[in-house]
Ligand binder design. Structure first.
Ligand code: KIV
Length: 277
């Protein structure tokens, strides 16, 4: 049976009913098709694509045009999942006007259903302006990779009472600003549980324990397609890299020793026709 398009109301309804929400990253058409067929609720075109697809050292260099290009492909492969486009570094920090304009590109050009941006209380006015323009915003707090240097690296956030209080305040401010959902990355489970309980909007955890309203992982981490490093919070469900490398080595060997292509992979022609050439 064809799935119906997931809506914000349904995501909120899931929280209210205590049903878990699933979110997965995707960056291209074939992945989007598989994510959609798996019945995942929301698909995030994360700026993590800078690292796992484009080979950058961090998410910082990712541009608006790169994001739009990948979002369009995911849009074409997604029938039901709620699509979230990740706003890249410096696409929403320079001015509120620029933020609204860039958020609009995700919706108008790429066909996303919403955008995501990183930051706490200091970004609430930007979230509010984008929402007022009619674009749903998913917030992202805790470890915010675009500003990891400011956080002194990729570390768990909110471990002491003071920083935890700031995250609780940020979550509240972002909800008040109109965010429809909030991603919480790399924060202690107890803090994530407290925020999840206090908010009316759904929380999606990544390295934030099991008590969030839903969970997200990076597709390349879950499938073992990114080998540079694996964060502690990742569960690798399959190691596709090893299968793919094995297939590539078999192809190389079979071409080199004449096994591939066999007659079943080739096209025939009457020999008389060859003589006439
Ligand atoms: O860019 C991304 O993939 C993300 C997720 C890790 C939440 O922001």
């Amino acid at each position: 049976m064809e799935r119906k398009k997931v809506t914000i109301a349904e995501l909120k309804q899931k929280k209210a009913a205590g049903e878990k929400i699933t979110m997965m990253t995707a960056y291209d058409y074939p992945t989007a098709v598989m994510v959609d067929q798996a019945g995942i609720d929301a698909v995030l075109i994360g700026d993590s694509l800078g690292m796992v697809m484009l080979g950058y050292d961090s998410t910082v260099p990712v541009t608006m045009d790169e994001m739009i290009h990948h979002c369009k492909a995911v849009r074409r492969g997604t029938k039901a999942g709620f699509i979230i486009g990740d706003m890249p570094f410096m696409s929403y920090q320079v001015s509120v006007e620029k933020a609204v304009e860039n958020a609009g590109r995700f919706i108008k050009e790429a066909g996303c259903d919403s955008v995501k941006l990183e930051g706490g209380t200091e970004m609430a006015h930007v979230v509010n302006a984008i929402v007022k323009a009619g674009i749903p915003v998913c917030a992202h707090i805790g470890l915010t990779p675009q500003t990891a240097t400011m956080l002194s690296g990729f570390k768990v956030q909110g471990k002491d009472a003071e920083s935890a209080r700031k995250l609780v305040q940020s979550a509240g401010a972002l909800e008040d600003a109109g965010a429809f959902m909030i991603v919480m990355e790399c924060i202690p489970s107890l803090l994530a549980a407290k925020i999840t309980k206090e908010l009316h909007i759904p929380t999606i955890g990544i390295g934030a324990g099991k008590d969030c309203d839903g969970q997200v992982l990076v597709y390349h981490d879950l499938t073992g397609l990114f080998e540079r490093f694996t964060p502690k919070f990742v569960k690798q469900y399959v190691n596709l890299s090893s299968y793919i490398k094995e297939a590539l080595m078999q192809f190389k060997a079979e071409v080199e020793n004449g096994v591939f292509p066999g007659p079943e992979h080739a096209f025939s022609m009457d020999e008389k026709e060859v003589d006439k050439i």
